[in-house]
Design a protein. Structure first.
Length: 496
């Protein structure tokens, strides 16, 4: 690859999908918009993987925007941590887009499809921008780009309740953004800078003041609304349940993960976890809320009748695993969090893609309509089963790896009782996944399945790929755990 292009890859990671969104908005045909979006989404992983390999080989990359050197200008800073997230987000986009052609055509009005792909690329732009920027206000700008486009994507769902879900998310998302920007405004007033690295250098001088603690509290709550930390999760079940299937799969795999990245970045790289845990008692608060999510949301999931809504509540529970590792704040626990960000994206992608394939064939995500579907769509339902086994944490799946590291982190922190609650939450996941397995594989097909056959290849291949990844990353962990462990060493200041 040309050296000039390589040096500008951080900017291209954001600029290419942004310009693509503009072009899609001007197109009149959904097929043309899909084709352009597909090309862009295939380019994005190439860029992010190149950035990751460069960082692993040569160290962090700093890219100054507009010729203004940081901290005065906006800086894109790429290290192992955010390069890992960039690869995840861009790869999920590349997997979802081939799936989108038929799925979107069946769920979104023809005249809205170019706008759908424009909003999809804007959402991708925002998520990648949040991940790559080294500037707190720039992160807010990208946070709003991703959020505003997400509201539109959700509202395009064919159920009228999608409008209510989008409106609900709009209200709560705006509250979260307001809290975040208030916190950023306070730290700018106190430090005179918005650059992440500069903030990390200046905050220790004022870390004992109440103002900096207030800023931290505002930022933590604002970001927590964005990633649906229990009990700030009320927007998520409806958003996932009523959005178009492609949107549900993409958001479940990426949006909350990027918000969690931003939280980890602020806690460990900017404020310093010692200050936050000592002054705000964040460890105790996060452990309590994480357990409430893991146990409470899993319990609610058991009683859902819509499969998309069931796995939406499951996402709230799985977010609890990630925040639990953050609360533990040790090497094993934080490694478990980062690995679960990756693994949950893969598992939930497989689940929502499989559900979307069912919706394409039978037009319903009601669990009763899945009766005997394993006999009609065995490959799709096999992928659904693999994703479910991952959520439970069955050995040989990606979910087991995450939970193992979280358990080790809990033991290292002296919280042996947390291990038992981890097992209990997995048993709750076994109940709601087992409920679906019983309906799909042990019941006879209903009359609604007459003539139903396996999903089309363009829907099936991405689903199989995500299911295969759930198994692969449960066995071969050098990429996921290996890179996450390097990122944790940097975050905790352990890197040599």
């Amino acid at each position: 690859m040309n050296a000039g292009i390589i040096s500008n890859l951080p900017a291209l990671q954001v600029v290419i999908p942004l310009l693509g969104a503009l072009v899609c908005a001007l197109l009149r045909r959904g097929s043309a918009a899909w084709f352009l979006t597909m090309i862009i989404c295939l380019i994005m992983p190439v860029i992010s993987i190149t950035l990751l390999l460069t960082v692993l080989d040569s160290g962090p990359i700093s890219y100054s925007m507009g010729g203004w050197a940081p901290p005065f200008g906006i800086e894109y800073k790429v290290d192992v941590f955010n390069a890992f997230i960039l690869v995840l987000v861009s790869s999920i986009g590349a997997v979802v887009l081939p799936y989108a052609r038929l799925s979107v055509a069946s769920e979104v009005k023809a005249e809205d499809r170019p706008w759908f792909y424009a909003m999809f690329l804007l959402c991708l732009t925002g998520l990648l921008g949040i991940t790559i920027t080294g500037d707190a206000f720039n992160a807010f700008v990208f946070l709003e780009i991703s959020s505003l486009s997400t509201y539109v994507l959700i509202a395009m769902g064919r159920d009228r309740r999608a409008l209510l879900a989008a409106y609900q998310y709009l209200i709560l998302g705006s509250i979260g953004a307001t809290f975040y920007i208030i916190g950023v405004g306070i730290i700018y007033t106190l430090t005179g800078t918005l650059n992440f690295a500069d903030l990390a250098a200046r905050i220790p001088e004022i870390e004992q003041t109440r103002s900096i603690l207030a800023a931290a509290a505002f930022i933590i709550v604002g970001i927590s609304l964005k990633f649906a930390l229990f009990p700030l999760h009320v927007w998520l079940p409806n958003a996932y349940a009523y959005a178009p299937s492609t949107v549900s799969a993409f958001l479940a795999s990426t949006a909350t993960k990027v918000a969690l990245y931003l939280l980890i970045r602020f806690l460990f790289s900017i404020f310093g976890i010692e200050v936050v845990t000592d002054k705000l008692a964040l460890t105790d608060i996060l452990i309590i809320l994480s357990l409430a999510a893991m146990l409470g949301a899993s319990t609610v999931a058991i009683f859902q009748h819509d499969v998309k809504r069931l796995f939406a509540y499951s996402s709230v529970a799985q977010i609890g695993y990630i925040t639990l590792g953050i609360a533990l704040a040790n090497q094993a626990g934080l490694t478990g969090s980062l690995v679960h960000i990756f693994n949950h994206a893969v598992m939930k992608g497989a689940l929502f893609l499989a559900i979307g394939a069912v919706v394409y064939r039978i037009g319903s995500a009601e669990i009763d309509d899945f009766s005997g579907l394993g006999k009609k769509m065995p490959i799709t339902m096999g992928c659904l089963l693999i994703g479910g086994l991952g959520l439970i944490g069955v050995p040989g799946t990606a979910g087991f790896i995450s939970k193992w590291y979280l358990a080790v982190g809990a033991i290292d922190a002296g919280y042996l009782w947390l291990v038992f609650l981890l097992v209990l939450s997995s048993l709750l996941a076994l109940i709601y996944v087992g409920r679906i397995v019983e309906v799909v594989w042990f019941r006879d097909p209903g009359p609604n399945l007459d003539g139903v056959r396996e999903a089309p290849l363009s829907l099936l291949l991405p689903t199989v790929l995500m299911a295969a990844a759930t198994i692969y990353f449960g066995i071969e962990t050098s990429q996921s755990v290996g890179i996450a462990a390097q990122a944790v060493e940097t975050l905790l200041g352990l890197a040599k």
